[in-house]
Design a protein around this ligand. Structure first.
Ligand code: V47
Ligand code: SF4
Length: 409
């Protein structure tokens, strides 16, 4: 059993300097920020607020696009992944008011997969294309550490080539509480059973005032950071998220990103930042806010990824979750600082429980078409962001529509 660990995955690269065309900035407040970006000076929290406030959306996009191009050129990555949600039973069902996915144990629609059901769902990965399982669920008192260690061992035995990205910081803390173990011991046990990396869910917005309103019993922001710090110390890399577009202020968004940036300075363990757009349908918060049917707007979605790209200078990757913001908005976001798209997914449940009208999965050809339509170069990556194959910028005429079998470049 290993107890500590070096961080695995793509090396941390030296910061590259963006090249900015000032003629494309119509708001003079953006000029000093352009100077900072070109000189490699880190943006302050006040500057992040200036970026959120600017009326010059195309100018903001140009800054974020320049920063993204300096790191990634025209390449946009995606992973062939599959989401598995083994249980929707959750003790926080009534207090995370934004969540439409969770159920109480005896409530209609509650489910908890058996191991056989997990393996049956995972069988899709036998296609040889799927390289990552993304496994998250509710805080279920009947799904303890052994439920997950048995699941991960079985998945690794049946699909040894598939990476396991599983369990949010909130789920780790829940397992620690019900097993009366430390976060560290839970993480070590899960890692020994096959856990490779952790997803970024559960962050919501760190502000205590926001949490009191939308997730009053959820792990505090400082503890979310603490679990990720512990994971990084064990060599387990992770993603991080920010749920936006509900009751938070722009200051809350910036403070949240500042906390992520400072942990990244310390550990370099975060792989990607993923802003998640709040969906108000079929959840108590949406009804309380009178927001049913009105998710975030396209402008806010673009601002959010652009400011994230510019403020989080020590993050290599910013991912757009097309399921939340639509594939079309994600495509535009590729010109606002995003270099990575949520992958092929297969059968998404969490957002489809809260009114997402997007598809539950995309084929490889659909993901390629989306990236090419933005004038970018698609590249399939592994879970550590190593590029596995790069596809031609233009679709090859003889590749066979819908086959997913196009030859890489
Ligand atoms: O933590 C729940 C969010 C998250 C709603 O790490 C909602 O690669 C919007 O974190 N409207 C889970 N969002 C999903 C997640 C994620 C997704 C894709 C990739 C990765 C990654 C992580 O979903 C929860 C919560 O913030 N969520 N309800 C809602 N009504
Ligand atoms: Fe449970 Fe997560 Fe939903 Fe909160 S957001 S109720 S912790 S499943």
């Amino acid at each position: 059993m290993r107890t500590g660990g070096a961080l695995r995955g793509a090396a941390v690269t030296a910061p590259a300097r963006p090249v900015i065309d000032r003629r494309r900035l119509s708001d003079s407040a953006l000029v000093s920020i352009a100077d900072a970006l070109e000189s490699g000076r880190r943006l302050t929290e006040q500057e992040a607020l200036t970026l959120f406030a600017t009326p010059d959306l195309p100018g903001l996009g140009h800054l974020a696009d320049s920063a993204n191009r300096a790191k990634h050129g025209d390449v946009v990555t995606f992973a062939a992944n599959q989401h598995i949600n083994p249980t929707n039973v959750c003790v926080l069902r009534t207090t995370c008011t934004f969540c439409g996915y969770a159920r109480l144990p005896k409530e209609q629609g509650a489910y908890r997969y058996t191991l056989e059901q997990v393996l049956a769902e995972a069988a899709h990965a036998a296609d040889g294309l799927t390289r990552e399982f993304h496994i998250v669920g509710g805080l279920d008192m009947e799904a303890g550490l052994e439920y997950y260690t048995t699941m991960f061992r079985a998945l690794k035995a049946n699909f040894p080539h598939v990476h396991i990205k599983a369990l949010t910081a909130v789920e780790i803390a829940h397992l620690a509480r019900i097993e009366k173990m430390s976060w560290r011991d839970v993480l070590v046990a899960l890692r020994d059973a096959g856990l490779d990396t952790m997803p970024g869910g559960g962050a919501e917005t760190f502000s205590a005032a926001v949490r009191a309103q939308i997730a009053r019993k959820k792990l505090a922001g400082a503890d979310y950071i603490g679990v990720h710090r512990t994971a990084h110390g064990l060599g387990i890399r992770s993603n991080c998220t920010l749920l936006y577009g509900h009751v938070e202020t722009l200051e809350d968004r910036v403070a949240h990103m500042a906390a992520l940036r400072s942990l990244q300075d310390e550990t370099h363990g975060f792989l990607a930042f993923i802003p998640l757009a709040y969906h108000p349908d079929d959840n108590a918060l949406g009804a309380q806010l009178g927001r049913t049917g009105t998710a975030t707007g396209g402008v806010d979605d673009l601002r959010m990824v652009a400011v994230g790209r510019l403020f989080l200078d020590n993050f290599a990757h910013v991912k757009s979750h097309w399921i939340m913001v639509t594939p079309f908005l994600s495509q535009v976001a590729l010109h606002y600082g995003v270099n990575d798209l949520e992958g092929t997914v297969v059968r998404e449940k969490i957002y489809h429980a809260v009114g997402a009208h997007t598809p539950q999965g995309m084929t490889l050809d659909q993901v390629l078409a989306l990236i090419r339509g933005a004038g970018k170069v698609p590249a399939e990556r592994d879970s550590f962001y190593n590029v596995l194959r790069t596809f031609p910028r233009e679709r090859q005429a003889d590749s066979g529509a819908g086959s997913g079998a196009e030859a890489p470049a």
